[in-house]
Design a binder for this molecule. Structure first.
Ligand code: FES
Ligand code: FES
Length: 184
């Protein structure tokens, strides 16, 4: 129990998929639980709840984040994108489209996290960020090609119990191709 006079909850405003939500939260509430249990945005999945599986990945200010390790209070005022905010109305995002075309899922439980992570990968790659698989990290070497090895390394934080990895890598490669000009 908190010492008398010390509050354990606050009213916060979360900016999710372009909407503002003001809600009281216990300070220990994770962003994942706030999204799923309080805002009913259940597209974001809870797998391990300890930062190991990537199922809960969302974008916070454009960066991929495992929402089970972020407190909701720390996300206040930041721009959060969940899987529910990725499509443009009925039009799937190219990353979503590629997952459908290449069968990048089986049960689908990991898929929202895979797609949010792939969005982060494409932006990080377009910005020239190297990965552990990048052979030449000198600035003059430029943006590394997004090879299957690069994709596997960059997506390695997202586990898939169904083992759909081969198709996921193909889907991310296809999505990289179709968003190349948009992200350049
Ligand atoms: S539920 Fe967050 S990383 Fe597994
Ligand atoms: S599609 Fe089932 S866990 Fe990935």
């Amino acid at each position: 129990m908190a010492p008398r006079g010390i509050s354990t909850s606050s009213s916060i405003t979360l900016h999710v998929n372009g909407e503002k939500y003001t809600l009281p939260v216990d300070h220990r509430t994770t962003l994942l639980d706030a999204l799923r249990e309080r805002l009913d945005l259940t597209g974001t999945k809870k797998g391990c709840d300890q930062g190991q599986c990537g199922a809960c990945t969302v974008l916070v200010d454009g960066r991929r984040t495992v929402s089970c390790l972020q407190l909701a209070v720390a996300a206040e005022g930041r721009d959060i994108t969940t899987i529910e905010g990725v499509a443009d109305g009925d039009a799937l995002h190219p990353v979503q489209q590629a997952f459908v075309e290449f069968d990048g899922f089986q049960c689908g439980y990991c898929t929202p996290g895979q797609i949010c992570s792939a969005l982060g990968v494409l932006q990080e790659h377009a910005a020239g960020w190297p990965s552990a698989a990048t052979q030449d990290v000198r600035p003059e070497a430029g943006v590394p090609a997004l090879t299957p090895e690069e994709i596997r390394e960059r997506m390695s934080g997202n586990l898939c119990r169904c083992g759909a990895y081969v198709s996921i890598v193909q889907a991310v490669a296809q999505a990289a191709e179709s968003t190349k000009e948009q992200l350049a």
